[in-house]
Design a protein around this ligand. Sequence first.
Ligand SMILES: Nc1nc2c(c(=O)[nH]1)N[C@H]1C(S)=C(S)[C@@H](COP(=O)(O)O)O[C@H]1N2
Ligand SMILES: [Mo]
Length: 199
Amino acid sequence: MGIISRAFQGRPRDHDENLPPGQYLVHDFPVLSAGPTPRVPLDRWEFAIDTAEGQVHRWSWEEFLALPQETPTVDLHCVTKWSKFGTEWKGVSLDVLMEDVESAAEYALAYSYGGYTTNLPLEDLLDGKAWIVYEFDGEELAPAHGGPARLLVPHLYLWKSAKWIKGIRLLNEDWPGFWETAGYHNYGDPWREQRYQGD
Ligand SMILES: Nc1nc2c(c(=O)[nH]1)N[C@H]1C(S)=C(S)[C@@H](COP(=O)(O)O)O[C@H]1N2
Ligand SMILES: [Mo]
């Protein structure tokens, strides 16, 4: 009888058109970290963008908070197959941070306090696709989820959204990060199920 009653209930939620292939929905917010949570005092926190040409742009926590802010609402997709819809963040668009940065580089390597790295094409950080966020759900971002601030690149699998972000290095050549070196897909598009190398 389960099949008949399901038909009357409409499509199962997991067939939602906003759910990429192979994913299921969660309503909690799982924590996935490859190591311990680094604690970064705000008076020593800084975020940097360093260019392939050797220029370094730095923001202290105060300077970072003084930048124009955005409040993106986005769906998250983790390579371990959970997705979470409608997450609400506050942060600074990479477009704002990149405004005065001049570089011919085409690749980016995000690096974190604690040593995590992840790579992506620079264009995937631009045009309203990526933020450095410091609030989730109206609260300051919890350390376990990347506080004080993390990268948010929701159109790629969540391992690209480096927690405890320290900086972004612009590179002329692609340089695989932590999980990419360990066999995860180099790009990680959830809609093309690019989970592992060869997908
Ligand atoms: N610095 C850092 N960032 C990280 C990770 C990590 O281990 N260290 N894990 C990544 C992975 S694999 C995922 S799925 C998401 C998990 O984010 P969450 O713990 O907020 O759910 O963070 C990503 N960013
Ligand atoms: Mo992940």
